[in-house]
Design a binder for this molecule. Sequence first.
Ligand code: GLU
Length: 300
Amino acid sequence: MTQPAYRGRFAPSPTGPLHFGSLITALGSYLDAKAQGGEWWLRIDDLDPPRVSPGATDAILRALEAYGMAWDGAVQYQRQRGEAYAAALLALQRLGVVYPCACTRREIADSSVGRPGAPIYPGTCRAGLAPGKRARALRIDTRGVNVGIEDRLQGAVTQNLEREAGDFIVQRADGLFAYQLAAVVDDAALGITDIVRGADLLDSTLRQVYLQRMLGLSQPRYLHLPVAINALGEKLSKQTLAPPLDIARPQPALIQALKFLNHPPPQALQGAETQALLAWAVQSWSVARIPNVRSLEPQI
Ligand code: GLU
């Protein structure tokens, strides 16, 4: 596969239909790719079967079509990529940076040094399992690890992984590979050069950068968009009951998403077709115009 100068992707989890929050990510990643003459691929993150909602993948594909965002290449599915994830895990194990962990959620919550609800694993099992304990998950050792990115919108973001994230899971207690590992393996396999997604994933990005480093993979460029929040400061999501995108009338949400990204279409385009709006947005795209904040409440 010849490597284009820009290959981006949108990677929704099929836990439900797309909503306004996911439209921001889809649109931001699409416009950034197309404004640079790049490719925009679609990956369905269906790694976690219990979280996959029946019909969601189909609904996502239909919504992207209705909103005029055509993807390049074949749709990628994480559920088909188990062998690649297993190979990456083996490579990490050979480096000696992965260890089995017997701790339950409750034990971690009780001994954690992090915020309530976002516990930081204190490294209990690093030196081996306590007698009689059974390995559950596999974790990666983050001792002394500092990571950082120069985000195209958010600027420099750095983290001491050991203190601020803790040794994170690469294979879960139920045997599933962790999203962090899967995302890194897939982005590298597809030759993704640019990742544009919500700023709620910044913490994940820093973990992923460490995995890239350990696996000898090249680091893509990153752009973390503001996340759409409601008046209570909660991220728009299925959990906060964000309504699914209207597939029959895409223009209103598309215009609202462009406004959110501070690219309001000119008056002459009010009432224009989806394709005309998108063509204008590709022409007008400028990262410097996007608010460089991590979250933002849409103006209605
Ligand atoms: N599928 C994940 C999500 O929707 C991750 C996306 C990504 O890696 O950009 O939050």
